[in-house]
Design a protein around this ligand. Structure first.
Ligand code: G
Ligand code: G
Ligand code: NA
Length: 259
């Protein structure tokens, strides 16, 4: 009930923001994308836990209003980042709840992109396989519509769900994000655990490459994880090793300190 009240207050007062975490080329460390991550900063209570906020908002129907704020800000921030030298072509990855993927989104998305002058090919929609599992005709139509406009679709938390492979087969996914639990297991004390995680990530990478999907490894925290993944042939990664999620002002400070 408390979180519901904070959500309403935050929508009224514009306290929702999109923080950004870079997705980097593992070989060069250069950001190729930024992922927009929802943050609610309450003036009295600080940053509230995003996963809980999203769960509550999906229950009470506020997720669409929140998602619209995140979408608008993420595109605005992409336009700002694009003015940094060397960042003209970076992309923005935006998380979508299944409840946002309705016919209204098609019109809203094209309106926002038109007004900002951002090419659709610079937007990545991050969905979880729970979205595809619904096999909902409206959702599938919306995803195909957005893809037909030139946006990419990334499957988040890959490998943690029920039957991920069948979704790759049934639905035109462009990017697979290897869940961070696999990356974390590349590091443990037990060599058996480590070897198993290695084989699983390698398997996911092989399958994804055969399906022409790019692969992003999530949750990279150490240089040794980065090296292992790079040597395995995985091209992209995200995690605290590169950067925590940051506000747009901090991103501009970090990448364009003189601009
Ligand atoms: O930012 P953090 O890592 O705490 O995010 C927690 C969870 O919330 C992650 O699973 C992430 O995908 C999800 N999430 C973050 N931002 C958004 C958003 O804008 N919309 C939706 N639907 N999920 C988000
Ligand atoms: O599921 P999704 O990829 O959207 O989740 C993003 C979440 O992962 C955010 O809550 C973000 O803060 C968190 N995250 C990002 N990088 C790392 C990392 O290197 N380690 C851990 N433990 N969490 C991370
Ligand atoms: Na995500």
């Amino acid at each position: 009930a408390e979180l519901e009240r904070y959500i309403n207050e935050a929508l009224e007062n514009d306290w929702f923001d999109a923080w950004l975490q870079p997705i980097c080329d593992l070989a060069t460390g250069r950001p190729t994308n930024f992922e927009a991550l929802m943050r609610l900063r309450h003036p009295a209570h600080g940053i509230l836990p995003p996963a809980k906020i999203i769960a509550v908002a999906e229950e009470n129907g506020k997720i669409e209003a929140i998602g619209n704020v995140i979408l608008r800000k993420a595109v605005e921030y992409l336009a700002r980042i694009s003015t940094i030298p060397g960042f003209e072509d970076v992309r923005m990855s935006i998380n979508f709840s299944p409840l946002q993927l309705n016919a209204d989104l098609l019109a809203r998305m094209s309106d926002i992109l038109m007004k900002s002058g951002i090419q659709p090919s610079r937007i990545v929609l991050e969905i979880t396989e729970a979205v595809l599992m619904r096999n909902n005709p409206e959702i599938n139509m919306v995803l195909r519509g957005l893809r037909d406009c030139g946006m990419s679709i990334a499957l988040d938390d890959f490998g943690t769900g029920y039957s991920s492979l069948s979704y790759l087969h049934r639905f035109p996914v462009n990017i697979v994000k290897v869940d961070r639990s696999f990356v974390a297991a590349l590091h443990p004390d037990s060599a058996i655990e480590r070897d198993k995680a290695y084989l699983l990530v390698q398997g996911i990478n092989t399958i994804a490459q055969h399906l022409n999907c790019k692969v992003v490894a999530e949750g990279i925290e150490t240089t040794s994880q980065r090296e292992i993944l790079k040597d395995m042939g995985i091209q992209f990664g995200q995690g605290y090793l590169f950067s925590r999620p940051l506000s747009i002002d901090d991103i501009e400070q970090l990448y364009n300190p003189t601009g």
